[in-house]
Design a protein around this ligand. Structure first.
Ligand SMILES: Nc1ncnc2c1ncn2[C@@H]1O[C@H](COP(=O)(O)OP(=O)(O)OP(=O)(O)O)[C@@H](O)[C@H]1O
Ligand SMILES: O=P(O)(O)OC[C@H]1O[C@H](OP(=O)(O)OP(=O)(O)O)[C@H](O)[C@@H]1O
Ligand SMILES: O=C(O)c1cccnc1
Ligand SMILES: [Mg+2]
Length: 610
């Protein structure tokens, strides 16, 4: 394929846009990828696929958060990088000038430098240093012409539920390019999958019916952390984000409430109920336009402030709510009324600035009832401190009492959003205690992945020049599985995925209804026959390079999210539970098992005891 076409992100006639984050360039890699690329180039191992075609697997070794599943995310950004992988002249100049060992003015030859010092009367040679000309020009020409037209990428679909050791991506191509891709690809998959999994776990505990809002931008690890968190939390099952930039970039629904600052910006002194209206008017934050047209436009209320005041008195003296609260905070009431005037169709108030039950809830209800008079339905409240289980139940009781007392249908169902350092554990605790929360706003613990810092994805060479490669380790979980493999998910009679199986590239695929032996890759005694009711091949071609292989589409984020939700729902419940979940089985075919262990013995030196 025409190199220029590939370089512009065009493959199979479809243009792939560049990475979302402009910092994702071919330089976003570790130095050693360049030194290795240079060494490959020097050894003439870099150029043609035919000379040194290789396969690298990108996978992780252990599910995060003590769980037994992971959500795979980040593929689209990987393909965007690959499709647009091209060094600019500036980048090449930077590499040329800045990489250690590079020197502008050295010639082809090797020169010897001797450093001398006088020691007494004798001249001593202190050091013999040899200065090599390291980075030869041809390498920069090579980089200049480099793109991913010789690279092929096979991947599991983004949003899939995935398991340790099974390749998420396989990169095939010239080894030097694949090597340069290692760091950015691992980077793009690692956090994306970790935070998507974290989101999915929060969804699992919260339950399907709850609204989950991602509020993490301010606490995320920098701007990219914030944007990525919003994207991948949505993918993992959150409903919306407060991050406006992410809403624009990815079409994620935007949601939000207001902060304590809005409430405390109103400064009405604490006054008794009879003088509260005049006090409102004396406030530095006085509400100038207090009028509101009714929802159907047929009438108008000239003073929503006094309408809310009237309602507050009615609530205070109502038979079912009498004695629950006394004088509420009037500046809070002013703040709520002002917010309702600005957002009559979507009024939601943060009720914990002063005192939830003695002020926030009664003030909110007064304003909501005033809106109700004008045909508007308030949305609800947010609780951001205190015992969220207890307060949500008390708030619900209050709303129901209002519904009954004043005959306002639906008032009891007012939405209750909870926030404040929420995480899987607190959601679980709330469930156990019983609560009335409808929506959760979650930030810090979600986006920083507080419970686990990284997924630990790796990128390992599995084949070169048609020769399978293995990486051995004392720690058996770190031994890589060699070969360009194929992987399948086998489903059982009840529709659940039973096992993932990896086979050699040339083995026949498992067939529906045909018994196949699935072996643990490293534990001889662990094996099982499986008769699959459905067989799903996992790795599909997402970047065919210049080959004419058909290429999978990159679906919209919403579709990826739907896939994720469907896949999670299809898992057997014991794999999903939080406490001691059952590990999902990851296996290899009998042939691949034999091959791994043959190669292992072949590569591992035999020890000698003396
Ligand atoms: N019913 C509950 N069960 C378990 N954890 C809860 C419950 N209610 C709230 N939490 C959690 O307890 C923690 C309370 O945080 P913290 O000690 O900072 O109190 P706070 O309510 O925020 O107080 P402050 O008013 O000082 O901000 C939060 O992490 C919150 O999510
Ligand atoms: O608690 P998180 O899960 O991180 O969710 C986001 C938090 O951000 C806001 O707090 P804010 O920045 O006003 O600070 P504060 O709650 O710590 O006072 C909001 O009120 C939530 O409490
Ligand atoms: O809209 C909110 O309520 C919000 C947004 C970000 C952080 N905390 C709360
Ligand atoms: Mg908070």
């Amino acid at each position: 394929m025409d190199q220029q076409v590939i370089a512009n992100g065009n493959c199979s006639g479809r243009v792939v846009e560049g990475p979302t984050n402009p910092m994702v360039t071919p330089l976003l890699t570790d130095l050693y990828q360049f030194t290795m690329a240079y060494a490959y180039w020097k050894a003439n191992k870099h150029q043609e696929r035919a000379v040194s075609p290789c396969g690298f697997d990108l996978y992780f070794r252990k599910n995060p958060f003590g769980g037994e599943y992971t959500v795979f995310a980040g593929l689209e950004e990987c393909i965007r990088l690959i499709a647009n992988f091209k060094f600019t002249e500036d980048e090449i100049s930077f590499i040329r000038e800045s990489l250690p060992g590079s020197c502008e003015a050295c010639d082809e030859s090797t020169s010897l430098f001797l450093e001398f010092v006088f020691h007494g009367n004798s001249l001593l040679i202190l050091k013999r240093r040899t200065k090599y000309r390291i980075w030869q020009d041809g390498f920069f020409d090579y980089l200049r012409g480099l793109d991913c037209s010789e690279v092929e990428v096979y991947s599991i679909a983004e949003g899939s539920v995935v398991f340790p050791k099974v390749p998420l991506l396989r990169i095939e191509g010239p080894i030097a390019v694949a090597q340069l891709l290692e760091t950015p690809l691992v980077n793009l998959v690692n956090y994306a999958s970790l935070v998507a999994t974290n989101a999915a776990r929060h969804r699992f505990v919260a339950g399907k019916s709850k609204m989950l809002l991602e509020f993490g931008l301010r606490r995320a690890q920098g701007p990219d952390g914030g944007i990525s968190a919003s994207k991948y939390c949505y993918l993992g099952g959150f409903d919306a984000t407060s991050n406006v930039a992410a809403g624009r970039l990815f079409g994620i629904p935007l949601r939000g409430t207001h902060s304590h600052a809005f409430v405390s910006s109103y400064m009405v002194g604490l006054v008794n109920l009879s003088s509260k209206l005049s006090s409102c008017l004396q406030s530095p934050d006085e509400i100038i336009d207090k009028s509101l047209r009714s929802a159907d436009g047929s009438s108008s209320c000239e003073d929503l402030v006094s309408l809310a005041q009237t309602w507050l008195s009615k609530i205070q003296w109502s038979s079912s709510l009498r004695g629950i609260f006394g004088e509420t905070n009037q500046s809070e009431l002013a703040a709520f009324t002002s917010y309702a005037l600005a957002f009559p169709i979507s009024f939601l108030a943060l009720v914990d600035t002063y005192d939830v039950m003695r002020s926030g809830i009664p003030n909110f209800c007064a304003v909501a009832l005033a809106l109700n008079d004008l045909g508007y339905k308030a949305v609800g409240i947010r609780l951001d401190s205190g015992d969220l289980a207890y307060l949500s139940c008390e708030a619900r009781k209050f709303f129901r009492a209002i519904e009954k007392e004043f005959g306002v249908p639906g008032f009891g169902k007012m939405s209750i959003t909870a926030s404040n350092d929420l995480n899987e554990e607190t959601l679980d605790a709330l469930n156990k205690q019983g609560h009335e929360v409808d929506a959760y706003g979650i930030g810090t613990y979600l986006v920083t992945c507080y419970a686990q810092a990284a997924l630990g994805c790796v990128f390992k060479l599995v084949e070169i020049n048609n020769q399978p490669r293995i990486k051995l380790s004392e720690d058996v979980s770190k031994v890589s599985i060699p070969c360009k493999k194929r992987s399948y998910r086998l489903y059982g009679r009840e529709g659940y995925p039973l096992v993932d199986i990896m086979t050699g590239g040339n083995e026949p695929s498992p067939k529906v209804g045909e018994r196949i032996l699935c072996r643990h890759p490293f534990n001889e005694s662990k094996r099982a026959f499986v008769v699959p009711q459905q067989v799903e091949e996992l790795l599909k071609c997402y970047w065919p390079g210049s080959s004419d292989k058909p290429r999978e589409d990159l679906p919209p984020l919403k579709d990826i999210r739907d896939r994720c939700i469907k896949q999670l729902e299809r898992m057997r419940p014991d794999h999903m539970r939080r406490l001691n979940p059952t590990p999902y089985k990851v296996s290899v075919s009998a042939k691949l098992y034999d091959f791994i262990h043959f190669l292992w013995l072949n590569e591992a030196p035999v020890g000698e005891l003396q």
